[in-house]
Design a protein. Sequence first.
Length: 744
Amino acid sequence: MIRGLCAFALMVFVNTATSSAQGRATLDGVVVGPSGAPQPNITLVVTNAAGIDRRSVSDANGQFVFGGLQPGVYRLRTDDDTFAPFSQDQINLAGGQTQTIRVALQSRVPVAAPQTARATLQGTVIGPDGRPIGNTTIILTNPQGVDRRAVSEATGAYVFGGLQPGTYRLRIEDPGPGVRPFAPLEMPLAPGEQRQFDIRLQPLPPPPATTTTPPGGDERVRQSPTRREPGRERTPPPEVAAVPSVTAPGGDFEAVPNRWDYRWAQFKRYQDESRQPLVVGRPLDPYNQNRAKADFPIGGSSSLFANLNLQLNSAVNPRRVADGEPVSQVFNNNNFVAGAEIFRGTTVFEPKRWAVRGTIVGNVNRLSTAAKLGRTYGVEEAFAEKRLAVLGPAFDFVSIRGGMQNFNSDFRGYLFVDNQLGVRLFGNARSNRDQYNVAYFSMRDRDAVSQLHKFTSRNQDVIIANYFVQDFGAPGYTFMANLHVNHDKGVEADPHALQVVYAGFHGDGKWGPLSVSHAYYEAFGQDDDNAVARALTGAASAPIDISARMAAVELSWDADWKRYRFSWFYGSGAASADKGSGFDSITDNPNLAGGQFMFWDQQKATVDGLPLANLLKNNFSLLPNLRGKFNQRSNFVNPGLMLVNGGVDLRLSPKLRVVTNVSQVRLADPTVVRELLRLDGRDGFEDGTIGVDIGVGAKLRPFVNENLFVVLGFSLLKPGGGLASALGSNQPLHSFVGAIQLAY
């Protein structure tokens, strides 16, 4: 009896599993291009009998698959404007069936098409709820004013064939109730062209709220709840049209309403009506939805966007700095930024298909202790970007970008942060858990004061590769390894070659309650003739081998609105002129120990008696590398640096953040600078002490965004024995900073 029950149960289980497995169908296949080769990165759309779409993208081998389909009739089409449109209707799928389709794409415009070849226009009519709709009349008017009509099928498909070359006018006769009138479009067609154009209809906006006229004929203003008359009930807000519901029978598809003009439900959240949460953007309003800020598509397309960037950055900096000796001065700097980008791609769920961007910056500055430093301009961005392939269903991708572009090679800007002319291959893997970059830059000259770029070559090549891995060892922690090659062939005044390789590893993220950021670099290579070593030894030529290193770490932890920080930085120093053991970067701009609110990082320092323009360090750098950052090659005969910092960040409100810092700064090995000063008959740096650096700064964002912010800061450096003896004074050095940014 028991064995019989078991056999019966087993039979029921097997039959149920078999029935479930055979209840769904699969549609797969391969996409091939005009040459017959597999074509990746093509978006395919399958539509069921209820008019609901489902999408997939062909992989690197051109293959695609739609699984879990209920038995029925389907339509398969492509959504791609590179090739001629493809569609296949009446695909019948039975339960458990797997049907394979070969999608053979053709060129949109034949290469050898005669001038009289006929064109074709086809696509899909998509309703306001995101579903294809049928029985819609489309009218196409030729250049002679003659109309042709087509009616969309149940799957939304329409087609006009046999069209003479020319410019046509496309319009909808009657889009239906609740649908916004479709604006007519000009549609130029080349000889033999096969154009795909999907018509996306938009919903009507909700009706405006109406007021009621009480008996007596006088229109009364609705009173707020706090001032209504005793005994009078509050009038409910007027009803608005319901947002159309979207259903997906069987759970196989999820239809997405048109997100560009979606009718969000209106409601009264606040007593004060001026605080209504729903805001309609305007062309001159950069804070809300705006076509000039890539919030809505342009040009009648659903995936073409434009982004306009206009900025004014103005700063004033009263300061007392080390310029051979302590000197008081005021520096005023103004940058005017104008840039624009056009790109294609629905970037909510996929990377850009292509992009073109350009940015020009003009600079006006003045120093109180010298003549006006001039008006300069620079082309800071001018690049084109193209997505080469989508590598999986999670939209892992690989793209290439060429031209003048910004790049930061690590988390904190320790080694290379610059806008330079180059080409970069980048992408991600494992559902965006990994990211990578491979870049080559042909370095351009930069102005030492405004730091804007020129068109002339710096005679320097930089190659960079890095790889990021998210959730490495712990959730929220990202590990990164990178490699840099700096081949500097020298400037006209010093035409000697420098070849350096940097190998580094880094981390940034969370270790439990602790936030951590760390970095390490090892540098090795050769310098054919080091200028500092030549000055120390008096030799006609001073080639050196390079072996230097850098390490940094920042630990922080949060206590409600307070963040406590501890930072440490080490750059190795050279003990003699015969070895390049003092660490130097390529073009750094580190964000550590307070960054712009730290005097040692923010300001340049010069000491009389040093060989390269008396320069001890550059502004916006931690390294005392004894050379100009932009016009001289890296110098590995330098004293290095040791820094210990503590600070507290205070998030006083969403609009206001305050940063405080205290740092102890000293040279890792003062031997090099001490010997250089002695050769000039001067004393200084008997020890390596730079001093104590104290800073405080605040950033105010009145509108809780980056369109307008104000920065105020003060930092002070109390010179220690080493720096004080080199400057001949122990007077404190200080810097006030006031800056404002206006951005559109």
